[in-house]
Design a protein around this ligand. Sequence first.
Ligand code: HEC
Ligand code: HEC
Ligand code: HEC
Length: 185
Amino acid sequence: MSDSSQEKKPSAKKRTRKWPIVVGVVVVVLVAAGAGFLVWHEQPGFCNAICHDPMDPYVEGYYSNDPNLLVSAHAQEGYECLDCHEPTLSEQVSEAVAWATGDFYSDLAKHDLGTEELCLNEACHVRADIAAATEDWGGTDFNPHASHVGKDVQCGDCHSVHRESELYCNKCHNATLPEGWVDPA
Ligand code: HEC
Ligand code: HEC
Ligand code: HEC
């Protein structure tokens, strides 16, 4: 329906009116960055202290101790938001702009951030180890980390950090889901 599609895409006019706010937010980010802001910025609480609403579900998940939520598992190992979300200045400015224009993700939706590039490295996960850990997964040779799907599948196609994970293989197969997992949409 035309009404709902208008709601999703703010009109060009609305965006234009918000530019003074956008510029203001960018200036605040830049000025604060020069003023020791970076130390505070490294705390998980920063993310929702500044952005309130949009970041709340992410920060709540972080502190939730939910055993099925990967962000909570990483929190328990001492990782913080910025260990995964590289705090480059350009990313922060674009986040600030997205926040001010209302385009910021607050829905815990899947995004293509869960790449092998992010997750596989000496300090985090090693392919041989995760493949070995699930070698007999589900009591079969159905190994989600070593299958005929190969390089087409990224970690984030199955694992979500901020919400429930999906078993990508079940697009075609019918494997038993791990606890807290869902079938792909
Ligand atoms: C273990 C790495 C990791 C940690 C720690 C982590 N994230 Fe994420 N984050 C991701 C990944 C991967 C995604 C992509 C969506 C998903 O997997 O749920 C994501 C997505 C997001 C998104 C939506 C996409 C975007 O960039 O707009 C936001 C917002 C976010 N995280 C905020 C946070 C906040 C706030 C914290 C700390 C409280 C945090 N994240 C901690 C890995 C992480
Ligand atoms: C096709 C789906 C899929 C993909 C893609 C995937 N995984 Fe997994 N992963 C699983 C399943 C299923 C489990 C078992 C979960 C359970 O039993 O609770 C698992 C378990 C794990 C575990 C826990 C292993 C242990 O010690 O028990 C780690 C760590 C992990 N995955 C990391 C990764 C990383 C890093 C990537 C990307 C390189 C990745 N996974 C890609 C499905 C996947
Ligand atoms: C796009 C569809 C599709 C996806 C996604 C997919 N598979 Fe398959 N898979 C097939 C087809 C087709 C066969 C061959 C037909 C058969 O033997 O049932 C097969 C066969 C297999 C077999 C051989 C044993 C068997 O069940 O016959 C294994 C093991 C397997 N897949 C594992 C996986 C794993 C693990 C994943 C997730 C990483 C996955 N597949 C994702 C389509 C898919």
